[in-house]
Design a protein around this ligand. Structure first.
Ligand SMILES: Nc1ncnc2c1ncn2[C@@H]1O[C@H](COP(=O)(O)OP(=O)(O)OP(=O)(O)O)[C@@H](O)[C@H]1O
Length: 803
């Protein structure tokens, strides 16, 4: 594949850049925390061919010359003298497209959903859209109808007065033969060429009607790799119908669900919806999200509009389907069943609902007895054309399939091997059960390291209790661009977000226990701020696409290598660059070693640290921790008291204070003392954080920094101004003035590139040492037990001997 030739192994890049550094003694301390690599290790028997990155296309789809263009009623523009040449379309196609444009419903549903979720945030957008709609209406009233070819050759101005992109730059898309109105939207989005996964999937899924299993690195455009074929097929079928006189609606029935897309998280489902809406901008295809956190009545109302495409999370979808929601259970015309982040779907917490949803699908693609029964059960009027044509698309950055997956599909032997209690516990079972056909195109474009090509990984070794300090250091000194800090537990998330806020760093949080409205608000705020910081659990690890995320910090390592890939993939997306920093305490070394092993990585970059900053960092952190402790204690007391009062009043109990007068006075004194201490600590900390973070070698005359954040930059400039005005008119002369030099903002990636040190990870060595450490621990334990038993026996002997 082309991608294979272009992609260079990150390992090689590292080797070229830096000399190999010494091994590190800290990494020798290994422990035995549970770790699930979850990624198939390059097994010798080659059982998992997909995941290790074959970077190949499989499935034998036709080359473009072999595809009969006439079948699709499309004329592909050909290049002429290096430029794209467009042809006029058939009149029928013109009329159909015109109609679609005039009909344009463009996202009204989603607006409502979003307004429901967060009215204040979305109010502005609504206003904008209203304005746009009025303008659009004016244009239609004025008999202005765009030509269907507008997508390719109209350098039209849109309602905002913005000029469209120059379509000649989009020539690379031509070979994919997408509908002109889809091309128009793509041009508008500025996507100059299809990404490799789009190039590979669109012909297979859109033109050959194949099922697809697609794997490609994070941020490589997988959403459109399945989204464009859906929209393309809907448009093509509409055109076929427009040509049919006898059986209208044979190919493109109206008012029924055509594509069901399932994503693991609400945020991801909403994001996929928005992405599809953006490419469906010029066509009359409705895309609606169905996720938890939206009022059920509202969602029912949205479904009454009969959207062609529904994007949902398994929980809410199943809730509505099992309640018999008409639009979701009449699946006889479903043309696409899509699983985004498929590997997450087979994990606990999702697969039960998913299994139930899949059981509702008309199962004509496979012929097992079980499934024919399902068809009877769930499908009322099944058009044989539609059933034959349903496509199953399964996507993720981390998909593992066995080498003989296709053969198994052919034999229909996957489910038989699984005991019924296993459920849909593998992508293979799930794909077969969803009706995947044995001629599916298996497209694996992951590179051997699995991680995004432009991602630079690094680590910082530190004690567990110093992680906060290093995090604060990274955010303060290298906090340029957006940063996501990942935690494994909500408790850790709460701890660091509280400490960082006390330290004056504005962070947003995202975890599964938050209300949906708050989750979306956090995402919106994070998106709005170009130097924003999001502290999140793994609920944000998959799929979220936020441009400008420069750094991902693994405050705690995840429980599997696969989650590490997805977390790190929030940066270095869509050909951008980014870096990840893992904070490794002695407790994490075992996990870290397994991680290196999973990626066959024997070199890792150490993130450069300016240790002279640390005394100041630790001073601030110590104050912040004390403040945090006091405030937590206070709020705990308040919460307990209010809980007691609430419950007492609920049972109409009159509460009395049973404390003695002395006790009450003491409590009051304690409270006063703690609030005095809190005030003092806060003043001290405020004084420190009002100044830029200074390294120990900080000169009071010269302020310099190897990397300073915009906040620090601002503080330094203020300080310089203040010093200057202090000394104006004084007799100190030049000597007393403050000079600000070298204020170059440096993000973590730049810092890593300019000073990162490559550390060799000898996995075998690490594994051997891990075994030794474990043996030593076991021996010590045994020895302790032996001594304890010995002492016990002696005591007994003495006792009974005396008697
Ligand atoms: N052809 C293209 N050219 C440029 N950018 C593109 C193209 N297609 C998609 N993108 C952009 O790339 C970004 C990543 O796309 P997307 O979210 O689909 O990636 P993904 O492969 O699904 O990532 P993940 O595995 O993390 O879910 C998005 O911002 C999207 O708008």
């Amino acid at each position: 594949m082309e991608a294979a030739a272009v992609a260079t192994s990150p390992l090689k890049k590292l080797k070229r850049k830096r000399t190999v550094a010494r091994s590190d003694p800290e990494l020798e301390r290994l422990n035995s925390l549970p770790w699930n690599s979850s990624l198939p290790q390059n097994d010798d028997d080659g059982a998992f061919s997909l995941f290790i990155g074959t970077n190949e296309l499989e499935g034998g789809f036709l080359s473009l010359e072999e595809i009969d263009e006439a079948e699709y009623g499309l004329n592909i523009p050909e290049p002429e003298d290096g430029k794209r040449k467009t042809k006029k379309k058939k009149s029928i196609q013109n009329e159909d497209v015109k109609k679609q444009q005039q009909d344009g419903v463009d996202g009204a549903n989603s607006d409502e959903v979003e307004a429901e979720l967060d009215e204040s945030v979305k109010a502005k957008e609504k206003k904008k859209k209203k304005k746009k709609k009025t303008k659009k209406k004016d244009a239609t009233d004025g008999q202005k109808v765009e030509q269907p070819d507008a997508g390719l050759d109209a350098n039209v101005e849109d309602g905002n007065g913005e000029e469209d992109n120059d379509e000649t730059e989009f020539y690379a898309w031509n070979e994919l033969r997408l509908h002109p109105l889809l091309m128009k939207a793509i041009c508008k989005l500025g996507f100059k060429e299809p990404t490799p996964i789009q190039k590979a999937c669109i012909p297979a899924a859109a033109h050959q009607g194949k099922d697809v299993v697609g794997a490609a690195e994070t941020g490589s455009g997988k959403t459109l790799a399945f989204g464009l074929p859906i929209l393309q097929r809907i448009l093509e079928e509409r055109e076929k119908d427009a040509n049919m006189v006898e059986e209208p609606g044979k190919y493109s029935p109206k008012g029924v669900l055509r594509a069901l897309i399932i994503a693991p998280t609400r945020e991801l489902a909403l994001q996929v919806t928005d992405h599809l809406k953006a490419v469906a901008k010029y066509i009359n295809v409705r895309v609606t999200p169905i996720v938890g956190g939206i009022l059920a009545e509202k969602q029912e109302r949205l479904l009454k509009a009969k959207p062609e495409i529904v994007v949902g999370t398994p929980g809410r979808l199943w809730e509505l389907m099992s309640a018999g929601e008409k639009h979701l259970v009449e699946l006889h015309s479903l043309s696409f069943f899509v699983l985004d982040e498929a590997d997450r779907m087979v994990q606990s917490g999702h697969f039960k609902e998913l299994q139930s949803i899949i059981d509702m699908l008309p199962m004509s693609n496979i012929s097992t007895e079980d499934n024919s029964q399902n068809v009877q059960k769930s499908c009322i009027t099944v058009s044989s054309f539609q059933r034959k044509k349903r496509q199953t698309l399964v996507f993720s950055a981390t998909v593992a399939l066995s080498a003989d997956f296709r053969k198994k599909l052919k034999r229909g032997s996957i489910q038989k091997k699984q005991s019924s209690s296993d459920g849909l516990n593998s992508i293979e079972t799930l794909s077969e059960r969803a009706g995947m056909r044995s001629n599916a195109a298996i497209i694996d474009l992951t590179n051997p390291s699995i991680l995004a090509a432009k991602l630079e990984e690094s680590f910082i070794e530190c004690k567990e209790e110093d992680k906060d300090a290093y995090l604060y250091y990274i955010l303060t000194v290298h906090g340029q661009g957006r940063t996501i800090v990942f935690c494994t537990s909500i408790a850790a998330l709460r701890h660091i977000s509280s400490i960082l806020r006390i330290l004056g760093i504005n962070v947003w949080t995202l975890h599964a226990q938050m209300q949906q409205r708050a989750r979306l608000k956090a995402m919106d705020r994070f998106r709005e701020n170009e130097n924003g910081i999001l502290v999140a659990t793994d609920v944000a690890a998959r799929g979220l696409d936020i441009p400008g995320v420069r750094t991902v910090v693994h405050y705690q390592l995840p429980h599997s290598a696969e989650v590490y890939v997805h977390r790190s993939g929030r940066t270095a997306r869509a050909s951008a660059e980014g870096c990840s920093i893992a904070l490794i305490s002695p407790r994490d070394t075992s996990k870290f070693a397994s991680l290196c092993k999973s990626f066959s990585k024997d070199n890792f970059q150490r993130f450069p640290l300016e240790n002279s900053y640390m005394p100041e960092v630790l001073k601030r952190l110590s104050l912040a921790r004390q403040i945090d402790k006091i405030t937590r204690k206070d709020s705990q007391v308040k919460a307990e008291k209010s809980w007691f009062d609430r419950n007492a009043s609920a049972v109409e109990l009159v509460t009395e204070n049973y404390d003695s007068e002395e006790e009450q006075v003491n409590k009051h004194k304690q409270m006063k003392a703690s609030s005095r201490q809190l005030k003092k600590l806060q003043e001290e900390l405020n004084m420190l954080i009002s100044r830029p973070l200074q390294s120990k070698s900080f000169s009071h005359r010269y302020l310099a920094g190897s990397g300073v954040t915009p906040l620090m930059q601002e503080q330094l400039q203020q300080l310089a101004r203040q010093k200057l005005s202090d000394h104006q008119g004084s007799t100190l002369g030049k000597k007393g003035k403050l000079v600000v030099i070298g204020q170059d903002c440096m993000d973590a990636l730049q810092a890593l590139r300019s000073a990162g040190e490559e550390v060799r990870m000898d996995i075998k060595d690490l594994a051997g040492k891990q075994r030794n450490v474990e043996n030593l621990k076991r021996k010590r334990k045994e020895e302790k037990k032996r001594l304890r038993d010995q002492r016990r026996k002696q005591k007994k002997k003495l006792k009974y001997g005396d008697e």
